[in-house]
Design a protein around this ligand. Structure first.
Ligand SMILES: N[C@H](CCC[C@H](N)C(=O)O)C(=O)O
Length: 257
């Protein structure tokens, strides 16, 4: 079976053209093994490109632990690049994902991906919590660069208040030029990843509310730069949310298992 490897700001994915529906997607151990960085190809997740009976492009996303995940923003950008590389879409696209339909646009090296609207956010003393397709805690920190993201993030990810599903945890710092620096502990990978698309989207929306940053918000992650554009609604929610940044094919190969 042929696979392709894609990355978007260092969030990396095994990508498989599964229009023939031959991939054994119920086999969690296989997905986890393919994503394993020592025993497999190595990736933060695995994505199947499928088509629905009506022809709609469909993204099926699995976390590195092998379980089907909620929405993945960087994975969505990589999915659009993959569909474009296969010649299945032109520069404008629509596809289905677990959280509904997404519009996207290919503009040179960047993919503009429309994310689900966000109706509401929860604000707690130390952090905010919201769902941008996946659940995210956004917590501002003074020195994100020297933070031990796994040591601080993992207990929050498993905290009783977020059970049973758990949450992703984003640590955010505002830089002097109003750019956000974001590091993320990712659920399903159970480690820090180089970038998390739904996570930086969550960080941008919270930064708009708490720090009055205007759209588009620029974000730096360990794996590169992203932008998040949005329209804030008078009632407190957000619409027309776009995650913008590069996504590219890295290599391809054959799975022989
Ligand atoms: N890396 C992904 C996040 C996936 C979230 C997933 N790990 C979960 O909530 O289980 C992104 O770019 O949005």
């Amino acid at each position: 079976m042929t696979f392709f490897k894609y990355q978007g700001t260092g969030n990396d994915f095994v990508m498989i053209d599964d229009r023939a529906r031959t991939f054994p997607s119920a086999d969690q151990a296989l997905v986890a093994q393919l994503c394993h960085r020592h025993f497999g190809i190595g990736a933060d997740g695995l994505i199947l490109l499928q088509t629905a009976p009506d022809g709609a492009l469909t993204m099926v996303y699995f976390n590195a632990d092998g379980a089907e995940g909620s929405m993945c923003g960087n994975g969505g950008r990589c999915f659009v690049r993959f569909a474009h590389d296969l010649g299945l879409i032109t520069d404008q696209a629509r596809f289905m994902a677990v959280d509904g339909e997404h519009e996207a646009e290919v503009r040179g090296t960047d993919i503009h991906l429309r994310m689900s609207d966000v109706a509401s956010l929860e604000h707690h003393t130390a952090f905010s919590f919201l769902n941008t397709g996946s659940p995210h805690v956004v917590q501002f920190e003074a020195d994100v660069a020297s933070l031990d993201v796994v040591a601080v993030g993992r207990p929050m990810r498993y905290a009783a208040q977020f059970s049973p599903g758990g949450t992703n945890i984003n640590f955010v710092e505002t830089q002097s030029d109003q750019t956000l620096f974001v590091r993320t502990y990712e659920r399903g990978v159970e480690d820090e990843t180089y970038s998390c698309g739904t996570g930086v989207t969550a960080a941008a929306l919270v930064a708009h509310i708490q720090l009055n940053l205007s759209s588009p918000v620029a974000i730096r992650t360990l794996g590169g730069n992203l932008r998040v554009a949005f329209t804030a609604q008078p009632g407190g929610g957000f619409t027309s949310i776009y995650l913008i940044g590069p996504a590219q094919r890295v290599f391809e190969g054959e799975i022989t298992v």
